[in-house]
Write a protein that binds this ligand. Structure first.
Ligand code: ADP
Ligand code: MG
Length: 254
């Protein structure tokens, strides 16, 4: 996945000022940056959800030249706050991920249902299959949103703050699962992340976005530094190097 000079204007303001970003096949890249930096807008522009100028290409193809179904087979996204449709069961919701494979006026096949069942098992959602979405907890819902995206079987997975509603155990479970899928199936992963320690632990590369511009890009220890965080988040932190990546600890104001 590549962007070159990706520029987005919304509501009369420039939100992304020409972003250059490359995510290699099989790579996991985390976009970090303060609130309002343009992280969600960047993901939305990559999938064509918001109008952008410049280049956005998926595995060598211009996103804007791909038809909707075709694009949906290549890229799956979980937005930051997905709509929770009332009265829809978990099974039916996850089945929506199969839409790009189901003929226009046709029904899902046995193979589609198999994919959905496998995803439900992997995300420990089998017991929830018949529950309607509004009855689920925040963490359960987050897993359902991810399940829909995984059922789509796309090569590129875009996750906008996938773990913000999850407790630490489920955060780990979901991110480990994404990492396993990346290794087993060669998925390419682009996520935005709030938790910098977690971003550093999972991503191969970290891109720091601030004010709609890429201000740093590199390995986690290169980007997640005390001075970068002080400059761009106005936060006082200590960064401790560990085997699993930089650990970011906020320093309490005396
Ligand atoms: P982040 O995900 O990094 O917190 P966003 O991409 O959601 O940031 O937003 C970046 C900036 O773009 C924010 O200042 C936000 O208010 C603005 N923005 C996002 N969507 C719109 C829109 N539809 N109209 C006007 N401004 C928008
Ligand atoms: Mg956002």
């Amino acid at each position: 996945m590549t962007t070159r000079g990706l520029r987005v204007e919304l509501g009369g303001g420039v939100i992304l000022h020409g972003v250059d970003l490359t995510v290699e096949a099989g790579e996991w890249v985390a976009i970090i940056g303060p609130n309002g930096a343009g992280k969600s807008t960047l993901l939305n522009a990559v999938t064509g959800l918001v109008p952008a100028t410049g280049v956005a290409s998926l595995f060598g193809r211009d996103v804007r030249r791909m038809r909707h179904r075709e694009r949906a087979r290549v890229v799956a996204m979980v937005v930051q706050s997905p709509v929770v449709p009332p009265g829809v069961t978990v099974l039916d919701y996850v089945l929506l991920g199969r839409t790009p494979y189901i003929p226009r006026f046709g029904r899902e096949s046995a193979a589609d249902l198999d994919v959905v069942r496998e995803v439900l098992v992997r995300l420990e959602l089998r017991d929830f299959a018949d529950r309607v979405l509004p009855t689920l907890s925040g963490g359960e819902l987050q897993r359902v949103f991810l399940a829909r995206a995984l059922a789509q079987e796309a090569r590129l997975l875009l996750l906008d703050e996938p773990t913000s509603a999850l407790d630490i155990g489920h955060q780990q479970e979901v991110l480990d699962l994404v990492d396993t899928l990346r290794r087993d199936r060669g998925l390419t992963v682009l996520t935005t992340m709030h938790d910098l320690s977690i971003a550093g632990a999972y991503a191969d590369r970290v891109v720091l976005l601030a004010g709609g511009r890429v201000v740093a890009s590199g390995t986690p220890p290169e980007v997640i530094t005390e001075s970068m965080i002080a400059t761009h988040y106005q936060a006082r932190v200590r960064v401790v190097d560990t085997e699993d990546g930089p650990l970011v600890v906020p320093i309490r104001t005396p």
